[in-house]
Write a protein that binds this ligand. Sequence first.
Ligand code: GMT
Length: 379
Amino acid sequence: MRVGIVCYPTFGGSGVVATELGLELSKKGHEIHFITYNLPVRLGLLNKNVHFHEVHVPEYPLFHYQPYELALSSKIVDMVKLHGIELLHVHYAIPHAYAAYMAKQMLKEEGIHLPIVTTLHGTDITLVGSHPFYKPAVTFSINKSDAVTSVSRDLKAHTLRIFNTKNEIDVIPNFIDLERHKHGFTDCQRVLMAEDHERIITHISNFREVKQIPDVIKIFNNIQKVMPAKLMMVGEGPEKEKAENLCDKLGISEQVVFLGNSNEIDKILCFSDLFLLPSRSESFGLAALEAMASGVPVISTNTGGLPEVNKQGFSGFLSDVNDVEDMSENAIKILSDLNNLEKFKQNAKKQAQQFDIHKIVPMYERVYKKALDYVTAIK
Ligand code: GMT
């Protein structure tokens, strides 16, 4: 099948899922066309099955806001016509599902019927999409999609609660390529980061408020009072400076390394002992799944879709949002005994197997087929 994928090309989870999905589909023989404003960060070399079409938004002084969705819908129309794209899969409702609908209508005028599959990722529903400024447009875009998927049962329930949706929503969880996270101890350059006797704690995110970055620092502060430890902070975002200041105030700056954005997440996770994700809201928590696939247990909150990913007392522990004391105690419980730590590491890997890319991607292929059949039947 020739599939167009629209996504954010950044380090965010939705862009990562879209890219990994496209790459896996291309290995299965589908022809994939990424349509977005930059080369997606996890997209390597392009080949006969993987194409990238950049959306340009010309600057014009009259526009206070440059009209990205206009440029995107025009690009979709052009690429569908040029490459014979048969189905469009948009990741993140805003503004992608909206632009896709416009493209679909323009193509219809020319007798081309393009099915639209929309995947809801989280903040497009829970934070941004439910804002009164966007809600009517998001509701409309969801209802006009030919198929809608959400990355967790919780996100589906959330969507049904706050939007007047008429469409069926298929839950397709995020996935992981377990082969990529398979590494022997010798592959891990642990010595570069910490001494043998130090435990390595990791957090990866976009450093937005929703990630509760100060809680990450406070939990680590409690851990390092009990055992020698280092904290790896991976990512960039608005809360980073505040985090650096908090480390300074707590006198732990020497033990905290801010690594910035990284394309080598698997290498960092390879030498990590524990992953912290104390988010206020999280539709799935792809970063936690990536950690588990590398055998890193997870201390998280119990919000949103996290209980569908991290299993209490097995792959890690879950606590109420902001319960720094409970999360610190659980972290110390896992880390203080090496046998216990090893058991949690093995369990984390086992739990990640549920989300094996080879189990999940066929679910998307079934949704594509359903959307294609539906559009063919009604045209
Ligand atoms: O918050 C992020 O990490 C970025 C955001 C995005 O849209 O890229 O992530 C959302 O989608 C991910 C992939 O489906 C999920 O794993 C994240 O849980 C979700 N973020 C939130 O719900 C806050």
